[in-house]
Design a protein around this ligand. Structure first.
Ligand SMILES: [Zn+2]
Ligand SMILES: [Zn+2]
Length: 285
């Protein structure tokens, strides 16, 4: 059944390739990444099938099974070298040369980093020379892509968490949300957020900025384009941050993380209007 989540993402990426031709290249790359992630998820599931459910009191990032993760890492790097755009493919080749100690460091650095900094490349440690910063950003991106299925497996294996309020970061792993979702509820819609790492979805307030906590209505607005009516840009005029939300009341066919990747014109619009994205996606948009 969980396999079905990956199948839906892969299928949606293929589907959107024709309706969003400007995003076709990115979607094809994503489809190949998700195909690898699906097989890694299956492998993790098989290897950890007999392990007990993880207590909801334990932070998700306390787990890190390097015995399971390290042996699959070189295979992942060679897949990326084949399918990724040049800069990421080169970073994967360079990382492959580093051997197990380097791989472990890359995985641990990402997993134990302050989630606020994860994958965005603003890490002060890496903010030295341009080249090493670039390499650090690519390595974090590689670790992020690789660890997603593992994090998602851990999230799927946990006891249900009773949520305290509506946190702005993932209640399971502390990462930022990658996209919002609107689902119908009664006469209206309820909003939730999806975690960038473990894909957990949690309820969120409709008018509240996950970046700065702004909750005054005039400061919080949303924009959409008629040709992409089911995706909107939620902006905050206090901290000038935005995040997209996928409105499933308008189309039930959407798969939020994939539709988020495909709708590049909305990112261009937001940037032109001075908004920064709360969390870049794995295509760097
Ligand atoms: Zn999470
Ligand atoms: Zn804000």
């Amino acid at each position: 059944m969980i396999h079905a989540n990956w199948d839906r993402r892969i299928g949606r990426a293929t589907e959107l390739t024709s309706s969003f031709p400007f995003a076709a290249e990115g979607l094809r790359f994503y489809g190949r990444v998700a195909t690898f992630q699906r097989s890694l998820y299956a492998e993790i599931q098989k290897a950890l099938a007999d392990s007990p459910k993880i207590s909801s009191a334990r932070p998700l990032r306390d787990e890190l099974d390097l015995f399971l993760l390290l042996p699959n890492f070189p295979g992942f790097l060679s897949v990326i070298q084949r399918i990724a755009p040049a800069p990421l493919a080169q970073a994967a080749a360079a990382l492959a040369q580093k051997g197990p100690a380097g791989w472990q460091r890359t995985i641990e650095d990402f997993w134990h980093a302050d989630p606020e900094l994860a994958a965005d490349g603003d890490d002060t440690e890496e903010a030295r020379a341009g080249d090493s910063r670039e390499a650090g950003t690519c390595d974090r991106l590689l670790a992020w892509i690789y660890l997603q299925p593992y994090a998602e497996y851990l999230a799927d294996r946990r006891e249900n968490t009773i949520l305290d309020g509506t946190p702005s970061t993932c209640p399971l792993c502390g990462s930022k949300p990658i996209v919002g979702v609107l689902r119908s509820e009664g006469d209206g819609a309820k909003k939730s957020l999806i975690c960038m790492l473990c894909a957990h979805e949690w309820n969120f307030r409709r008018i509240y900025c996950p970046a700065c906590g702004e909750e005054r209505e005039p400061q919080m607005a949303f924009y959409s384009a008629p040709e992409i009516a089911h995706v909107r840009v939620d902006v905050c005029d206090t901290c000038h941050t935005y995040l997209k939300s996928i409105d499933l009341t308008k189309t039930g066919l959407a798969v939020p993380v994939v539709d988020e990747l495909a709708t590049i014109p909305l990112d261009l619009w937001a940037r032109e209007h001075g908004y920064d994205k709360l969390q870049l996606n794995l295509l760097g948009t």
